[in-house]
Design a protein around this ligand. Structure first.
Ligand SMILES: C[S@@+](CC[C@H](N)C(=O)[O-])C[C@H]1O[C@@H](n2cnc3c(N)ncnc32)[C@H](O)[C@@H]1O
Length: 312
């Protein structure tokens, strides 16, 4: 896992939004294998690369050997304010979050992200802390497991799947990706495609063990204060739950008043901190979607920090 320059999703569109250049500073909250970060560095910018994964941290350190403008921190983007302060950065020109899991992580059976590969049912970005998916599946009761699969996977067969998992774990622990896959396969009714169900169940567990939505919400909330006027927040999401969260956050932060529409006068005093770069989410071109199927679900949303007093 050492491909430090793999082509990232929405590469051109992301750079267009971030507009990197010499003297500018960016936080890449999801360094991965440095695809987006490399483009920022190539444009002359300074980059603080964060990631939870040990392999990504190794890739960041390796790239830093030839790129002194790159700084690496092994940790969550939910603490991006802390990492920036530690680097001595008070304001940045851009923050990038390219969410979820990288294709290289998906390909590594030891991480358990893919139901297509046999491996431990782990699904943590940082395997040194927290509960693995196997621990979670072993600990939850049937109702909580069903709720989790519904809430984070939006899988309508959640109750049936949870029931089968609980029955199976009474015989032996559900400790591998294959064990979980086989349970799900037995539950899916004839005529229904199995792969999308598996994908939703694994997504649900991944979101839960990594508290992905909590981390995203925390990072989004902290971002406006960290951006210099004119600085850009760019987020690439890959499923509706994260995209909805980003969309809702931007809708709020790009509006001056949050009072109900029937209010005659504003009493909330809320002021927009950002302005949208594009009203709609930016999607991969047909050519990119053809070349990289993973880009099909990608949605890029970006907004610029308002200069004080630039709104009336
Ligand atoms: C889609 S990949 C990023 C790919 C990267 N942009 C590139 O060009 O190579 C997502 C990365 O985010 C990391 N990640 C997920 N949640 C994180 C979090 N809360 N904090 C830091 N990194 C996180 C994952 O470990 C993974 O490496």
């Amino acid at each position: 896992m050492s491909d430090a320059r793999h082509t990232p999703v929405l590469a051109v569109e992301t750079q267009d939004c971030l507009a990197p250049g010499p003297g500018k500073r960016f936080i890449d909250g999801t360094f991965g294998f440095g695809g987006h970060a490399s483009a920022l560095l190539d444009a002359g910018a300074e980059v603080l690369g964060l990631d939870l994964s040990a392999d990504a941290c190794t890739a960041c350190a390796a790239l830093r050997e030839s790129q002194p403008r790159l700084h690496c921190r092994c940790g969550s983007f939910r603490h991006l304010d802390r990492w920036a302060a530690e680097a001595g950065w008070t304001a940045v020109d851009g923050i990038l979050l390219d969410l979820g899991v990288s294709s290289l992580q998906l390909d590594d059976p030891d991480l358990g992200f893919s139901y297509r590969k046999d491996g431990p049912l782990d699904l943590r970005f940082d395997q040194t802390r927290g509960q693995s998916a196997a621990d979670l599946v072993a600990a939850l009761d049937e109702r909580d497991l069903a709720d989790l699969i519904w809430k984070y996977g939006e899988e309508r067969g959640s109750r049936r799947i949870a029931r089968r998992v609980i029955a199976a774990r009474a015989v032996e622990p559900v400790a591998t990706t294959t064990a979980l896959r086989e349970i799900v396969e037995r539950v899916v009714p004839r005529g229904r495609k199995i792969e999308p169900v598996l994908s939703r169940v694994f997504q649900a567990l991944r979101i839960a063990v990594n508290d992905e939505l909590g981390a995203l919400e925390e990072a989004l909330t902290k971002s406006p204060a960290l951006l210099a006027p004119g600085g850009v927040l760019a987020v690439i999401g890959y499923h509706s739950l994260e995209d909805r969260l980003v969309k809702k956050f931007l809708a709020r932060e790009t509006r001056d008043c949050l009072c109900p529409p029937e209010a005659m006068v504003c009493t909330c005093g809320h002021q927009a901190s950002l302005e949208p770069i594009s009203r709609k989410a930016i999607q991969a071109s047909a050519e990119e979607q053809q070349r990289n199927p993973r880009s099909r679900s990608a949605r890029l949303r970006a907004a610029r920090k308002l200069k004080k007093g630039s709104r009336t």
